[in-house]
Design a protein around this ligand. Structure first.
Ligand code: NAI
Ligand code: MG
Length: 338
């Protein structure tokens, strides 16, 4: 079996970390037919379009993409291509697991959290307006019943599959009474369908504080788009930084796997970026495809390389290059796949 997948190396450190992750994923023996396509600032510079039609057509065809980070101009310029891809293919669930690997310098040991972020609406729906004369800017925080139900149900079902015991819904319903209020109400409606999972809720600001003092109290979190964006970076910080957390964007019959981090322009081109985040996304992709043995080999290999600590990258206090880290990982993946 060979899987057709769209491969988007992306901007900044993207091509370096994606190349490393592709080697690791392929070392499991699972075979991919990669359709390499452009997106991001590089695509914009080359073709005048940050999301060329050929890239959209490719994902339309494969329904599966493995991608590097894309640079988005801040404040002005084209809108985020990541957000556009998620909206175009209705990838409503963004799943971001955060697990401590050995020898990472996070402030806690043994963090193991799942984050489910709504991925298509909320403040990122792109409904923005600027009144030049009055100098007033608006961004509409659109929350729908259908959008809330599907992410909350996805979170419960996935949490259950993973044997999680508790799901915490994060909101700001005390202030955002309509949007946050509806999201919370729907969570409470759905919770009784999953008696095996304890359900509770937290207000976002309190949750941010709770997570940095006692993350072990939490298990899985479901939240709206922007809160999920912010909390997932916070959670990455609990387990060693942005270099180590992967993510999946999943819709009904299409999925895109990518790191949580961005294009890291400060270290791009130096061959020192940590590819773990994209590798973890690759592990999630293998699991999504039902290649559980291969996914497990990647997971075990990561634990080996981190326990051994001889081939860690600079963000974790090591001196290995991206390629040296990938070499060590490929070696261990092969050992676990044999
Ligand atoms: P960033 O995640 O690119 O970098 C933040 C910090 O983390 C930097 O110091 C960077 O060196 C470090 N870092 C990130 N990934 C790393 C890795 N794999 N290994 C070692 N260190 C790593 O966030 P920033 O600087 O806010 O954004 C840069 C660009 O990336 C922006 O244009 C932003 O829009 C874009 N971005 C794209 C995302 C995507 O394509 N999914 C997600 C987040 C940001
Ligand atoms: Mg983000």
């Amino acid at each position: 079996m060979t899987y057709n997948a769209t491969l988007i190396p992306g901007d900044g450190i993207g091509p370096e970390v994606v190349a490393a992750a592709v080697r690791v994923v392929e070392a499991t023996g699972v075979s991919f037919n990669w359709d390499e396509q452009q997106a991001g600032i590089g695509a914009y510079d080359d073709t005048g379009n940050p999301l060329p039609q050929a890239t959209v057509d490719s994902i339309e065809r494969t329904r599966l993409a493995f991608k590097g980070p894309l640079t988005t101009p801040v404040g002005t310029g084209f809108r985020s291509i990541n957000v556009r891809i998620r909206q175009l293919f209705d990838l409503y669930a963004n799943i971001r697991p955060c697990e401590t690997l050995p020898n990472t310098k996070g402030p806690f040991e043994g963090v193991d959290l799942m984050l489910y972020r709504e991925n298509t609406e909320g403040l990122y729906a792109g409904i923005e307006h600027f009144d030049e004369r009055l100098q007033i800017a608006d961004s509409i925080n659109r929350i729908t019943r259908a959008g809330s139900e599907r992410i909350i149900r996805y979170a419960f079902e996935d949490a259950q599959r993973r044997g999680r015991k508790r799901l915490t819904l994060v909101h700001k319903a005390n202030i955002l009474k309509e949007t946050g209020g509806m999201f919370l109400k729907i969570g409470r409606e759905i919770a009784p369908e999953f008696p095996g999972i304890e359900f509770d809720d937290r207000i976002i600001d309190n949750m941010a504080m709770q997570l940095v003092i006692r993350p072990s109290e939490y298990d899985a979190v479901v939240t709206t788009n922007m809160f999920g964006d912010i909390l997932s970076d916070l959670m990455s910080g609990l387990v060693g930084g942005l270099g180590v957390t992967g993510s999946a964007n999943v819709g009904k019959d299409c999925a895109v796997f990518e790191a949580v981090h961005g294009s890291a322009p400060d270290i791009a081109g130096q061959g020192v970026a940590n590819p773990t985040a994209v590798v973890r996304s690759g592990e999630m992709m293998l699991r999504y495809l039902g290649e559980n043995g291969a996914a497990e080999a990647v997971r075990l290999a990561l634990h080996d390389v981190y326990s051994d600590a001889k081939a860690l990258t600079g963000d974790l206090g090591g001196t290995a290059t991206t390629t040296e880290f990938a070499d060590a990982l490929v070696d261990r993946v092969e050992a676990h796949s044999a």
